[in-house]
Write a protein that binds this ligand. Structure first.
Ligand SMILES: [Zn+2]
Length: 56
């Protein structure tokens, strides 16, 4: 199982998107929704992410 970088949900390997930048930073996304939102939004501000629930 891989963990989504954006929402924190676990998802099966072979699905979702793995994004690697030129700098070598690896990002795992469970869905296109997470991939798109990661470019413009902070996961701490979105209720459907696990990072929102964990924020202090
Ligand atoms: Zn996700």
């Amino acid at each position: 199982m891989a963990v989504c970088t954006f929402c924190g949900n676990k998802y099966p390997v072979g699905t979702g998107v793995t994004f690697i930048t030129k700098q070598g930073v690896v990002s795992h996304y469970c869905s296109h929704k997470c991939e798109v939102n990661s470019k413009t939004r902070n996961p701490l501000h979105l209720r459907w992410t696990k990072k929102y629930a964990k924020r202090t």
